[in-house]
Design a protein around this ligand. Structure first.
Ligand SMILES: [Ca+2]
Ligand SMILES: [Ca+2]
Ligand SMILES: [Ca+2]
Ligand SMILES: [Ca+2]
Length: 265
């Protein structure tokens, strides 16, 4: 551990508690919609990756231009991946409003298909969708669930928001008046129980990967294992980043999850 140094320790302190508010966003030039209408990223040119706190890229104005890729107003794709923390087991609603299309997968299952080319449109898995598309709340148990959202922009205006409806909320009006808004800007509906999925439940990596001692919490026991493999050439479990060595990058990732639960049953 001598190698860490003061700067490393300061970095660790700054990173502590930063597990949440992280989704990995991959930004691509181009659009690829397959024959089944699924948004794909194969064949597209990746322009950059960045960390996004959550998916909240529209401010409700009629002629909003998100345009996250510099110099590329149209014809791009974004894929977000990470995990969502569920504290209350039950049936969840998910929905997007986007221009153009978007799709949401939870644990690898497509649960919201709002993938069409469109002016802003809302769709969810609670009944506001197109015929034949997913129309069931998704049951999620306590713990971390993989989430992936894909979004594409064809021409003109663009933006996306990801919303959820918590269990036992009862039926709720959607967050915007109307469902499709052809030619009419969506108007925010305050009488809704839906909420934008907050950064506080989103993370890039789920904490159980850090629970090296498997006792259900990220703690000193896990740190001791990580330290025992420090800079070894053949780490067994401590290589959290997958680059074949245990170093500052692994430690920086580890401390982000300090004292996080891992919901071991
Ligand atoms: Ca739609
Ligand atoms: Ca558009
Ligand atoms: Ca542990
Ligand atoms: Ca590593």
């Amino acid at each position: 551990m001598r190698m860490i140094g003061l700067a490393g320790i300061i970095g660790i302190v700054l990173l502590s508690g930063m597990a949440y508010g992280n989704l990995l966003g991959k930004y691509y030039a181009g659009v690829n919609i397959d024959v089944d209408g699924i948004l794909q990223t194969q064949g597209l040119t990746e322009r950059f990756q960045r960390v996004d706190a959550n998916i909240d890229y529209w401010n409700g104005s009629a002629y909003y231009m998100w345009a996250p890729i510099s110099g590329q107003w149209d014809n791009y794709t974004v894929e977000w991946t990470g995990y969502i923390r569920i504290d209350v087991p039950g049936e969840y609603g998910f929905g997007t409003i986007s221009d153009d299309g978007s799709q949401v997968w939870i644990d690898g299952q497509l649960i919201v298909d709002n993938g069409e080319g469109q002016w802003y449109d809302w769709e969810d898995n609670m009944g506001e969708n197109e015929p034949g598309e997913p129309n069931q709340p998704v049951y999620l148990n306590e713990g971390y669930h993989a989430i992936m959202v894909r979004f594409y922009e064809g021409p003109s205006y663009d933006g996306i928001e990801l919303w959820w409806l918590l269990p036992n909320s009862g039926p709720s009006d959607i967050p915007y008046y109307g469902t499709t808004f052809h030619g009419t800007p969506p108007t925010y509906n305050p009488n809704t129980n839906w909420a934008i999925v907050p950064a506080s439940v989103l993370m890039i990596t789920e904490p159980c990967a850090m629970d090296l001692y498997s006792d259900g919490v990220i703690n000193l026991r896990d740190f001791a294992i990580l330290a025992s493999e420090w800079q070894t050439l053949t780490p067994v479990v401590g290589d959290l980043t997958g680059d074949g060595k245990v170093d500052m990058e692994d430690l920086a990732l580890f401390v982000m999850f300090w004292l996080e639960p891992c919901f071991v049953s």
